[in-house]
Each structure stands twice: as structure tokens, then as C-alpha cells.
Design a protein around this ligand. Sequence first.
Ligand code: NAP
Length: 438
Amino acid sequence: MPVTIAIVGSGPAGYYTAEAAQKQWGDDVQVDIFDRMPVPYGLIRTGVAPDHQSIKGVSRRYEKTALSENIRFVGNVAIGTDIDISKLRELYDAVILATGAPDDRRLGLAGEELHNVFGSAAFVGWYNGHPAFAGLDPDLSVRNAVIIGMGNVALDVARILAKSEAEFAGSDIVGHALDRLKASRVERITILGRRGPHAIAMTPKELGELGQLERARPVVDPADLPPEGSDDALEPGQKKSVTLIRQFAEAEADRKKSDIEIVFDFFASPAEIVGNGKVSGVRIERTAFAGGRLVGTGNFYSIPADLVISCIGYRTAPIEGVPFDDRMGRFDNDEGRISPGLYCVGWARRGPTGTIGTNRPDGYAIIGKIAADLGSGELPKAGKPGRPGFDLFAADTGLDIVTFRDWQRIEQAEEAAARDGSPREKFVDIADMIAARD
Ligand code: NAP
């Protein structure tokens, strides 16, 4: 009897875990990878920036895994709606939640609900064609955009807002977003960081791209920079990022005219989003370090803002019947084990940190844990029905499953619809995706 495994979520964490299961058990495992979307790859498809095609290329590796006999993609099935977690656990020896962190962390500030204020999950989902956010309708016919947070998602959003049409060549940004961006009138993008340059969560490669834009340039006030010698205490990657920030500040001296300024505002903690129906500004408190702790100084100032995007991290979506750590915004787990037979991996385990590649060791570690649980008697030895059991359930309940072969037809249709130079034009509507498989 093979070990039967259900993985919930077909993003990087899901596919690396499936790959690890194959390495662990060879032909003696059957893995079903569920996704509520009819299309696979999660964050690779709808999170990674559309102008970062080389990162998206990792899906070819997942495709190799997906096409193995004992791995199956089960698309268009939502856990918690189409099938309960308890039923899934009845059917598979181990259930692994690889559901990522698709919900925005909230700022918890007054004004967050104003028109043209978005979280990055929604805004990134919009320009990446996520069906839940395709109808977001951001107003870009405005001059002042404010981005909250100094991580890589903030950089992605700033870069997408700043690029010219020509700079999107070769990307798979969806048509509705490209059209809106072409007509954008944004002139100033302010990125707010509540700490200083040493504390940015931006990595050098991504930060460097900001200095290469055709019609936009980063602006850093040299007065915000810490003494240069203090960079030596930073780990090498962070030091490179800070060096780039220093270069941006130096370029300030020979300021050339550019259409769009991307202004880094350090030691700036948002206090309130201001507006009347629609956002018009952000009220900010200046921060400072006192005794090694970051504190508000009591000095407030306001900047104009007609578009606000908070890029402050994500939360996993709870699933009924699964213990949840509300403070951390992820499943309550002990190094991936929720209880014997139920596990989590990737962002659903550790929160939204690390690169795509971080999910690989995560996937291998969780499979090691399951193998140990099976060996120690913590988990009954393989014997649950797996695939045939699920197929009976699906037939009884009339689920419309999208298979990997179906996805390949959807993918061909997206490739055929691509504008010149673009790899694909994504379907942004679930019904259209499903129709394209036939
Ligand atoms: P992140 O790296 O955790 O950055 C979040 C930023 O938001 C930090 O600057 C943080 O500042 C700030 N922040 C948090 N709460 C705040 C609040 N209440 N008010 C103001 N600022 C607040 O998260 P992310 O940018 O969403 O990225 C998630 C993960 O995906 C990261 O590991 C990232 O590297 C990765 N990613 C990678 C790429 C790439 O490699 N190309 C692209 C996108 C994302 P504090 O530090 O002060 O808390």
C-alpha cells in the first residue's frame, strides 16, 4: 500500500513538498495536490512580479514533478468549502497545508478603508491577474502614491508603478493593468519605512533595479544615512543594500530631471490615512531610536497621497477545524506538525518570510517528519484510501476537478492570446479558465 498524501496548495511550498515525498518513498507514495484555483503555482503565478520572468521560470521544475505518475494536480477544489479538512484526513495518511499567506496584514489605522487604499495582496493580485482582485479598479490618474513598508513587495509595487510601457516588454502583466498603468499620472512615489536604512528588508538585486528605471529615479536624503563605518556590522547582503541606498543619496547631487521620483522616507511611521471618501494624505509620526528601541518622537507631519498601498506582510487564511495562531497569522504548529497526520509547510508554517527557494528545505523537512511519525507509530502505517477514496467523494458530491492536463490546455490558450513579446495573457476569470480546458 502506498503512503497517501494530500497537499493543499500548489505553490512553491506544495510542489517542493511533493518532490520531497517522491524522493522519500519513490513509487510507494501517491500525492494529490489540491488548489482552489483551476490553475497551479500559487505565488509564482499571482505573487512574483510580472517583470521577473526568470523567477517565474521555476514553474518548469514543478511541472516535471507534476507530470510524474504518482503526483496529481486536483484543481478547482477548495478545502473547507468543497471538502472539509476532517474528510480529507479520513482519506489520506497525511494532509499537508501549503496554503501560503494570501491575506493582507492590516495596518490597523484610521482611514484604511478609504477609496484607493489597498493592501499589497490585493494590488499585486490585480496587476498579476488574480481572479479575486481583477476587479480592484485602482485610480492611477493621480500624482502622489504612498507605499507603506520597506520590503521587497514594496519594491515590486514601486517598480511596477514607475515603469514605462516599453519596460513591460517581455513581462506577463495582465492587459487590464497595463492599460491602466499606461494612462497613469503618478509623479511621486513615497516609500515609508518606520526604521532607518540599516533596517530595510529589501534585497540588493531588487533594490538595484530601482536605479535602472527609464523614467524614474530613487531619491534618498543623505541626512538619513548612518555613519558609513557602521555598515561593517551588517551581514553582507544587507550591507550591499545599504550601499545601494548610499549610491541613491549620492546621485542626488547631480539630480537629473525625471518624470517620476521614488522617495525613501525613513523613520516615518504612518499614524493615520486621511481623506473624505477617497484618500488624500497620510499623517506620519517621525520615529527615532532611544536606548536601542524605536519610539515615536511626537513630531507629526502630513504628505499628500491619492493612492496608498500597504506592503507590510501577509497572513495565512484560517481553515475551519485547524488550530490557528492569530497573533502570528499562520497555523499553530510545532516545526510544521499541527498534529500527527496534519502538517503545514512554507508561509503557512513560518509566516511570509524568505525566498521561493526557502520552501525547498521546508518541504524536505516536513516529509522527513511525516516519515518519522509513520515509523514511530505516531501515525497509523499507510492504509488510507487516498486517490480512489477522493474520486468517489468527488463523484458523489459533483466536484468539477481541473487536472494537470486540463491546465496545460488552459496554458496553451493563455500563450496563444499573448500580446507581442509577452509569454502569455492570463485568464483573470475562473469561468474563463475552466472554459479554456475544453
Ligand atoms: P517584509 O520583507 O516582511 O517587509 C515588510 C515591511 O513592512 C518592513 O519594512 C516592515 O518594517 C514594514 N512594516 C510591517 N508592519 C508595519 C506597520 N504596521 N507600519 C509600517 N511598516 C510596517 O514583507 P514583504 O515585502 O511583504 O515580503 C514578504 C517576503 O517575500 C519577504 O521574505 C520578501 O523578501 C519576499 N519577496 C521576495 C521578492 C524577491 O526576491 N524578488 C519579491 C517580493 C517578496 P519593520 O521591519 O519595521 O517591521
